[in-house]
Design a protein around this ligand. Structure first.
Ligand SMILES: Cc1cc2nc3c(=O)[nH]c(=O)nc-3n(C[C@H](O)[C@H](O)[C@H](O)COP(=O)(O)OP(=O)(O)OC[C@H]3O[C@@H](n4cnc5c(N)ncnc54)[C@H](O)[C@@H]3O)c2cc1C
Length: 372
């Protein structure tokens, strides 16, 4: 076996897609249906936004997303403060059918895929419920709860919990993604309504227990039924399905190549940590891992991966982390945040969502560094 791709979510599917068919490759995942159930809001910034979000990327063709993966396209973010003040921000997203996207990309890669559970990684050997495997290269794409990262003693990143309902009969503007801040409905994170089209929406909350003495279920129910700025859209809404999940909210690994193991996506905490936007980052990381591994079999070095992902993603992921740490300062202080937000314009928020630092925040940089 030349390469094993361990975990076929977003990063794994894009790694399989870019791995050469001349290599002997095996993709493994514990799920019966790849990508299902969907534990995600399913928004991906369009190519236009990606150019601004990651200006150091050289090739944006990954973001020419085929129409068949899209269930909706939005052009605005409506951003609600805890007191109901809202900002309308121009920002385009594809709302994708994430499970179909993963299944199609993995299948079209032409590589072999097996249903197996990763049980551990010890002394260079991957252990699954179907035996021991010794690939020449292992691409670890096993997500935020990475067994492989744990066994290599790398799993120390901070995570947030999340819970999401898929709901029907949601009455909102289907061209708008709604984001809501406030301790009562999303302690230490934010909550969302993401229209998938035809009255169906992903409705969920990020949740950090250290900022709350309630359960995530109770807080999500409040968001759906009682919080005035969100429940106005959900009066007739019914739950179709429920999922719980975790998402990394930390800096990425210092190094993502460890011997013959390459980490891509959530497993390496590669994420825009202030928004929890991990799909585009995992697409890029998975794609890049596959390409570097192809070169490795032609005499290149795996370490090239660390150089490249840092070049393309490093600076913006650091900025995202700075925003996330800044947000932590306000996580328990809605009133203080509302006061501070008076200094922020629509343009400032647009910048923050694109991982750009507004000059007003730059002024506080030296002070902020003390907290990051
Ligand atoms: C509720 C929620 C909403 C989100 N919404 C958005 C959003 O709208 N937009 C966005 O950009 N990001 C969003 N994110 C983040 C985004 O979903 C992730 O960052 C991204 O999917 C990470 O991709 P990945 O391939 O690294 O991991 P995953 O997609 O999690 O894939 C990991 C794969 O590994 C497999 N696996 C794990 N453990 C094992 C094992 N032991 N054995 C075998 N297989 C295993 C899993 O089955 C899975 O298929 C959200 C996250 C959550 C939790």
């Amino acid at each position: 076996m030349d390469v094993i791709v361990a975990g076929i979510g977003i990063a794994g599917a894009f790694a399989l897609r870019s791995l050469s068919r001349s290599l002997e490759v095996l993709g493994i995942d514990k799920r019966e249906k790849l990508g299902y159930p969907v534990k995600c809001g399913e928004i991906i910034p369009t190519k236009r936004e990606m150019k601004r979000l990651l200006p150091n990327l050289e090739d944006y063709s990954l973001f020419d997303l085929p129409k068949r993966f899209e269930s909706n396209r939005t052009d605005t973010i409506s951003f609600f403060l805890p007191n109901g003040k809202s900002y309308e921000i121009d920002f385009e997203f594809h709302v994708v059918r994430r499970d179909e996207m993963i299944q199609t990309i993995a299948a079209e890669s032409g590589h072999r895929i097996e249903r197996e559970v990763i049980l551990g990684y010890k002394n260079g050997t991957l252990i699954t419920n179907r035996g021991m495997k010794n690939p020449k290269v292992l691409i670890a794409c096993d997500g935020a709860n990475s067994r492989i990262a744990k066994d290599l003693n790398l799993w120390s990143y901070e995570i947030s919990s999340a819970k999401q309902y898929v709901m029907r009969n949601v009455e909102c503007d289907e061209k708008t993604v709604y984001m809501f801040l406030g301790k009562a409905i999303s302690p230490g994170a934010y909550a969302w309504i993401i229209p998938k089209g035809n009255g169906v929406a992903n409705v969920g909350i990020g949740f950090r227990q250290k900022y709350s003495n309630e359960s995530i279920h109770k807080v999500l129910d409040r968001f759906v039924k009682d919080f005035p700025y969100s429940s106005q859209f959900l009066k007739k809404a019914e739950i179709i399905s429920k999922v719980g999940a975790i998402v990394p909210i930390d800096r990425p690994f210092e190094r993502a190549v460890h011997g013959k193991v390459i980490f891509a996506g959530d497993s390496a905490s590669m994420i825009i940590s202030h928004t929890g936007g991990g799909i585009p980052i995992s697409m890029i990381a998975g794609d890049l891992a596959g390409k570097v591994v192809n070169n490795f079999f032609d005499g290149g070095k795996l370490e090239e991966y660390d150089f490249l992902w840092k070049k393309y993603l490093g600076k913006r992921l650091s900025t995202a982390y700075l925003f996330r740490k800044l947000w932590d300062l306000f996580a328990e202080r809605d009133e203080l945040f509302i006061k501070a937000a008076k200094f922020l314009s629509n343009k400032d928020l647009e910048k923050i969502l694109h991982c750009e630092v507004p000059w007003k925040i730059k002024l506080f940089y030296p002070f902020l560094r003390l907290f990051t």
